[in-house]
Design a protein around this ligand. Structure first.
Ligand code: UD1
Length: 370
């Protein structure tokens, strides 16, 4: 059976890595092709993840790079079409909710190829988020929908998905986390910064709605600094955010040394470095989706700097708090999170390190009828 899977951006790599490993364990059954669209291309946003996650080199690199949504989506579609036509895979696997996900699903379906979407059914119900549009469109056209939790199943059923298309398999991102947790522990990356375990927070921020507006970005940065005057906040800065910080003249708002409290900028970190840092953090502040899930499993309090989340199970069954993006919301969420205990998370069902195996079991059952 020929399977082609697609990666494009940083949060895709840790979702596809365990699927490749699970397919590999049944090697004679599958011939796997990996396509990298090149939506993310910096060494620190892409190549380093292949090393950390021990992923094979992509068979095809489309090199699409950055651009407007239309440009990027169109470039992926144009470049993946000949690859799909050349291979004609029995199944195309797409993950997550980025532009590369939608572009590849759409192109494959129009060639009448079978498409599986991993991480289907997540909904923020916020149509101003580009990812929400990508999720809705990808789920609507996919043939197989692999979900991370039962709330996602309910979303899909409500939208009319046939029950036999939906498979609750668990969370592949957590497969990667659990397989690397010991390696990350040994790395003890906090030592590189010279900080004590439990004494610092980490921050990620890259959503256009938070970083593309000067007033909003300034307010978020100033509020975090004011809410934690004695705590170091390590901020591996996404290239999009770095550009905005420079453009808006905000560089003076950061501390110049990890020995002083305040927000300390570092380059984007590798998978293992950041996992290692988060394992020993007092608190994680983020507007990313994946970190809400990872902190839930690590048992580290998470403050999500957004008005909504497509991952509500991390709030009900995990360590996540939705802060919103106003000064008062962020202040009170940080205060609550700092007074909560670490290590007290409940694990959502099937976030157990075996999601990719369940995906492969479904594929075997549906395509190979063994
Ligand atoms: C994309 C995803 C988002 C995901 C995020 C993870 C979409 C719509 N957005 O957002 O869902 O959470 O990835 O990081 O697909 N850039 C670089 N080097 C890189 C990549 C990007 O400098 O390797 C800069 C470019 O200026 C680019 C900007 O970052 O224009 C934004 O990159 P893009 O891929 O468009 O979106 P992200 O913000 O990364």
């Amino acid at each position: 059976m020929k399977i082609l899977s697609v990666v494009g951006t940083r949060p895709n790599f840790m979702k596809v890595a365990p699927i490749i490993k699970a397919l590999d364990r049944k090697r004679p059954l599958f011939q796997h092709t990996l396509v990298h669209t090149g939506q993310h291309y910096d060494e620190r946003m892409s190549a380093s993840f292949f090393e950390d996650l021990k992923m094979p080199k992509p068979d095809f690199e489309l090199g699409v790079g950055s651009g407007s949504h239309a440009q990027q989506t169109a470039a992926v579609m144009t470049k993946i079409e000949p690859v799909l036509l050349g291979i004609m895979p029995d199944l195309v696997i797409v993950v997550g909710d980025v532009n590369s996900t939608l572009a590849c699903a759409l192109t494959a379906r129009k060639l009448n190829l079978t498409v599986a979407h991993v991480e289907a059914g997540l909904r923020s119900f916020d149509m101003t988020m580009p990812e929400e549009i990508n999720r809705l469109c990808t789920d609507t056209i996919s043939d197989i929908l692999f979900t991370t939790d039962v709330l996602a199943n309910e979303n899909l059923y409500r939208e009319g998905a046939a029950k036999d298309k939906v498979h609750f398999v668990g969370n592949v991102m957590i497969d990667s986390l659990l397989s690397q947790i010991k390696v990350a522990e040994r790395l003890a990356f906090h030592n590189t910064l010279g900080v004590q375990p439990g004494s610092y927070a980490t921050l990620t921020l890259h959503r256009p709605s938070n970083v593309d507006d000067a007033t909003k970005l300034t307010e978020i940065i100033d509020t975090i600094s004011a809410a934690m005057p004695d705590i170091l906040v390590v901020f591996p800065i996404h290239p999009r955010t770095r550009k905005r910080v420079d453009e808006f003249g905000l560089t003076g708002r950061f501390t110049d040394s990890p020995a002083k409290p305040g927000i300390f900028l570092v380059e984007p970190l590798g998978y293992l470095e950041f996992l290692s840092l988060n394992q020993r953090a007092r608190l994680v502040l983020t507007d990313s989706g994946g970190l809400q899930e990872e902190t839930t499993i690590l048992g580290i309090p998470c403050v999500t700097l957004r008005e909504n989340t497509e991952r509500p199970i991390t709030v009900t069954d995990g360590t996540n708090r939705l802060a919103g993006t106003t000064r008062s919301g962020i202040m009170s969420a940080i205060k609550e999170a700092l007074s909560s205990k670490t290590g007290s998370a409940r694990h959502p069902e099937k976030w157990d390190g075996h999601a990719a195996e369940r995906i492969v079991d479904v594929i075997v059952e549906q395509f190979l009828q063994l």
